[in-house]
Write a new protein. Structure first.
Length: 137
């Protein structure tokens, strides 16, 4: 029995990433945001290529007023649902979810990778808020 999971969404995203005109027209102009930003991505995200998009945003933010304050976190073994601990409790903790019939949705990463990313990112979020004098969340 073949237990390998196929990510059909990657075909869609790979094709989308090749079309620079579509990317440019659909993107959020993050360089117009007048605030320091913390962007977090799971490199194992199977719903969409979050780390690739964060890298695009990182490139677009290089020459902004806030470029030295921005932070970018990439977690190699984390998937789509890495989140800071104690929040968003209804998000699936599992990497795979049966969504009916013989169809399984994969969110990517590993349970351990997602947990480690959640733990580390929470510390990073608090540090980022403190460094940028953001008192309320």
């Amino acid at each position: 029995m073949d237990t390998k999971k196929t990510n059909l969404l990657s075909v869609y995203w790979d094709d989308t990433l090749k079309n620079q005109e579509v990317l440019e027209n659909a993107r959020i102009p993050v360089e117009n945001i007048h605030s320091p930003m913390l962007l977090i991505a799971g490199e194992g995200d199977q719903l969409w290529p979050s780390s690739q998009y964060v890298k695009i945003m990182e490139a677009n933010l290089q020459n902004t007023k806030w470029s030295k304050s921005n932070r970018y976190l990439y977690y190699e073994n984390a998937g789509h649902f890495l989140s800071f601990p104690y929040s968003l409790v209804n998000l699936p903790a599992n990497v795979f979810m049966n969504i009916g019939g013989k169809m399984t949705m994969t969110f990517g990463g590993s349970k351990r990778g997602n947990a480690e990313a959640a733990k580390d990112s929470w510390k990073q979020i608090l540090t980022f808020l403190d460094e940028n004098n953001i008192d309320e969340i």
